[in-house]
Design a protein around this ligand. Structure first.
Ligand SMILES: N[C@@H](CCC(=O)N[C@@H](CS)C(=O)NCC(=O)O)C(=O)O
Length: 257
């Protein structure tokens, strides 16, 4: 399904989601996905796979500073992955998008998938999508940082963010108490949460305490497109050493340039 092609100075991996591969090519240029294998990156590989959209994966090695290259900053001014370029955007013109929530909404509108057509339905999805963007993702990032990457173990910071993750899994568990998915049907709100919930133990949590989240996770992880999205690997990512001072300077010492 995936092939590797040398293009410009970087390796790109062209992927065609399974169902579109069996339908045959549309003749359209694949979407460029600027990616690193992290929960934010997986949101978009999962969505592209779910929507059967062809894409070219362009690794952005955030441990080496690729996110500060001018070409990438022109697309993603916040120096973060993921970002996409859709060569077949509105009016058949190319469009670039950064911020995973904006990318999910764009792809959902483009394909009319995983996002309801009616306004109440959209509001329901948007609330849980923004909940993930503003809460689950950032708090998990901080919990992860203070638990695994901070040079000193700071009990206050560890407790603060571990508690917040506990609170957030509680909110999610309650929401899933009487429904299968976060909104009416499986949607971009669920897709946004998968990469985070699947790494709950890294944020200090055992999902057996949140049985509805655990049941939801089992359901979404069983989806073939989710499996494919989570399996988009970049070899170099396995070799990143977060104790390396150069890597730490790139990732954890960023200031305005
Ligand atoms: N709000 C952003 C967050 C993206 C983000 O934090 N990406 C991380 C990887 S998960 C990144 O690119 N880090 C690079 C860096 O810290 O310089 C989104 O949802 O797209």
């Amino acid at each position: 399904m995936a092939r590797t092609a040398a293009r410009s100075s970087r390796n790109r991996v062209a992927r065609k989601a399974q169902s579109s591969a069996t339908r045959g090519g549309s003749g359209k240029k694949p979407i460029d996905l600027y990616y690193w294998p992290t929960p934010n990156g997986w949101k978009i590989t999962i969505m592209l796979e779910e929507c059967a959209l062809a894409y070219t994966m362009i690794p952005v090695d955030i441990s080496k500073g690729d996110q500060f290259r001018p070409g990438f900053l022109a697309i993603s001014p916040n120096n973060r992955i993921p970002a996409i370029v859709d060569h077949d955007g509105p009016g058949s013109k190319p469009i670039s998008i950064f911020e995973s929530g904006a990318i999910l909404q764009y792809l959902a509108r483009k394909t009319e998938k995983f996002y309801p057509q009616d306004e109440p339905g959209r509001v329901e999805v948007d609330q849980w999508l923004f909940w993930q963007m503003a809460n689950l993702g950032p708090k998990a990032g901080e919990a992860n940082h203070f638990r695994h990457y901070a040079p000193e173990k700071l009990p206050y910071a560890i407790e603060r963010f571990t508690n917040e993750m506990n609170r957030l899994y509680g909110v999610m568990d309650k929401r899933l108490q009487d429904r299968e998915f976060l909104a009416r049907r499986y949607s971009i709100a669920d897709i946004a949460c998968i990469g985070w919930a699947s790494r709950a133990e890294r944020h200090g949590h055992d999902l057996s305490r949140f049985p509805n989240v655990r049941r939801w996770l089992k359901t979404v992880l069983a989806r073939p497109a989710v499996k494919r999205g989570l399996s988009v690997k970049v070899e170099a990512a396995f070799r990143v050493d977060v104790t390396d001072p150069q890597v730490r300077a790139v990732l954890f010492n960023q200031r305005a340039r």
